[in-house]
Write a protein that binds this ligand. Structure first.
Ligand code: PHE
Length: 340
C-alpha cells in the first residue's frame, strides 16, 4: 500500500511539474484527487484494509494528499504570478515619455474682439444686423448724403465692381437698410467686412467694422457720449475715459472722432498713445437729418446717433500688435498668443 501511495505521489508530482498551464494543472488535480482520481480510489478501498491497519494507512493517504495539494497550490501560485507578470509587462507604460501634445484651435483675434463687442452691445439692448459685402453705390454713398462727385467720396478709395455695384467701404451702408426696413425706435449694431484700396502698416484692403445706429425720440450727442463712456470701460477696462473731437462725415452732423484715455499709461503719455495720453478709436456723430429723411423718418419727431468702430484697430490696441498684416498672415506663432 505504502508503495502504491508513493507511486501515486511521485507520478502526481511529476505530472504537476510538467503541466504547462493552469488547465493542465487542473486535469492533474482531477486525475489524482477528483471523484474518479487515483488517490480517491485508494480512499474508497479503505474498507478492504484490515481494521488495525486503517489508521496508519489513513495517515499515509492524508500525508500523500497533503503533499500533492501543497505542490498543486505552489504550482498554481507560480502560474498566477507568471500571468500577472506577463500582464504587467504587456501593460507597461513609460511615464517619462513626452506626452502627445494636442493642438487646440482658437478663435481669430478679430473674431474674438467682434464677439466681445457683440456681447457688450447686445447687453445694452442692441440688435445685430448683418449686411452684405457687395453693395450698390446708392446704399454705400448716395443714401448716406454722399452723392456722386461729393468730395467725401475721396475719403475712401473704393473697389467698384461696376458703375452701380461695389465692395462696401463702410458698414454704414447697413444703416440705410435698417432704417428702410424698420421704424424707430431703432437700436442696432452691424458687424462685417469692408474694403478699401488702402494698404500700409495700419490699413488693410479688407478689414472689419462694427456700425452702431440708434434712432428714437430725443436722441442727442449726450446719449452717444454716455453710451461710449460705458462701452470703453467694458472693452478697455474700468476708469477709461472718452473725449470727443470735431470731425467730418457726410452722414452725421455734428461728427466726432472719439478718443479714449490711454489704457496703458492711464493718460500720462507713453509709446502706445504717442505721448498724448489719448488714443483715437472710432468715428461717430448725430445722424444727419438728410439721411433720416431719405429713409422717410420724420425728423421733427426722431433723431439718432451712429458710430463706426474698426475692429482690427481695437484688436491691435488691446493685444499690442503694431502691424495690421500680423492679423491677416495666419502665422500661428502670433495667433496662438492671443486668447482672451
Ligand atoms: N463709416 C465711417 C468710416 O468708415 C465711420 C462712421 C460710422 C462715422 C458712423 C460716423 C458714424 O470712417
Amino acid at each position: 500500500m505504502k508503495e502504491k501511495l508513493e507511486q501515486i505521489r511521485a507520478h502526481a508530482i511529476h505530472a504537476i511539474e510538467n503541466s504547462e498551464n493552469l488547465e493542465k494543472l487542473n486535469e492533474v488535480r482531477m486525475d489524482v484527487l477528483g471523484k474518479k482520481g487515483e488517490l480517491t480510489a485508494v480512499l474508497k478501498g479503505m474498507k478492504d484494509v484490515a481494521a488495525e491497519d486503517r489508521p496508519k494507512v489513513g495517515q499515509w493517504v492524508n500525508e500523500t494528499r497533503a503533499v500533492i495539494e501543497t505542490r498543486l497550490e505552489e504550482k498554481k501560485a507560480a502560474f498566477e504570478a507568471e500571468k500577472l507578470r506577463a500582464r504587467y509587462e504587456s501593460e507597461k507604460i513609460d511615464v517619462t515619455m513626452p506626452a502627445v501634445t494636442c493642438q487646440c484651435g482658437r478663435l481669430h483675434p478679430v473674431t474674438q474682439v467682434r464677439n466681445q463687442l457683440i456681447d457688450i452691445f447686445s447687453a445694452m439692448g442692441f440688435e445685430i444686423y448683418e449686411g452684405t459685402e457687395i453693395e450698390t453705390d446708392y446704399y454705400n454713398f448716395t443714401a448716406l448724403n454722399t452723392p456722386q462727385d461729393h468730395p467725401a467720396r475721396d475719403m475712401q478709395d473704393t473697389f467698384y465692381l461696376s458703375p452701380e455695384f461695389l465692395l462696401r467701404t463702410q458698414t454704414s451702408a447697413g444703416q440705410i437698410h435698417v432704417m428702410e426696413a424698420k421704424k424707430p425706435p431703432i437700436k442696432v449694431v452691424s458687424p462685417g467686412k469692408v474694403f478699401r484700396s488702402d494698404d500700409d502698416a495700419t490699413h488693410s484692403p479688407m478689414f472689419t467694422q462694427m456700425e452702431g445706429l440708434v434712432v428714437d425720440r430725443g436722441i442727442t450727442l449726450c446719449d452717444l457720449k454716455g453710451m461710449l463712456d460705458e462701452f470703453v470701460q467694458k472693452i478697455f477696462g474700468e476708469g477709461t475715459k472718452t473725449r470727443l473731437r470735431p470731425s467730418y462725415f457726410p452722414f452725421t452732423e455734428p461728427s466726432v472722432e472719439v478718443d479714449v484715455s490711454c489704457f496703458q499709461c492711464g493718460g500720462t503719455g507713453c509709446k502706445l498713445c504717442k505721448g498724448t495720453g489719448w488714443i483715437e478709436v472710432l468715428g461717430a456723430g448725430v445722424v444727419n437729418h438728410r439721411v433720416l429723411e431719405g429713409c422717410n423718418i420724420d425728423t421733427s419727431e426722431y433723431s439718432g446717433f451712429a458710430f463706426g468702430i474698426g475692429i482690427e484697430r481695437i484688436a491691435m490696441l488691446k493685444y499690442g500688435i503694431n502691424n495690421i498684416k500680423l492679423l491677416f498672415e495666419s502665422d500661428l506663432r502670433v495667433l496662438e498668443q492671443i486668447d482672451d
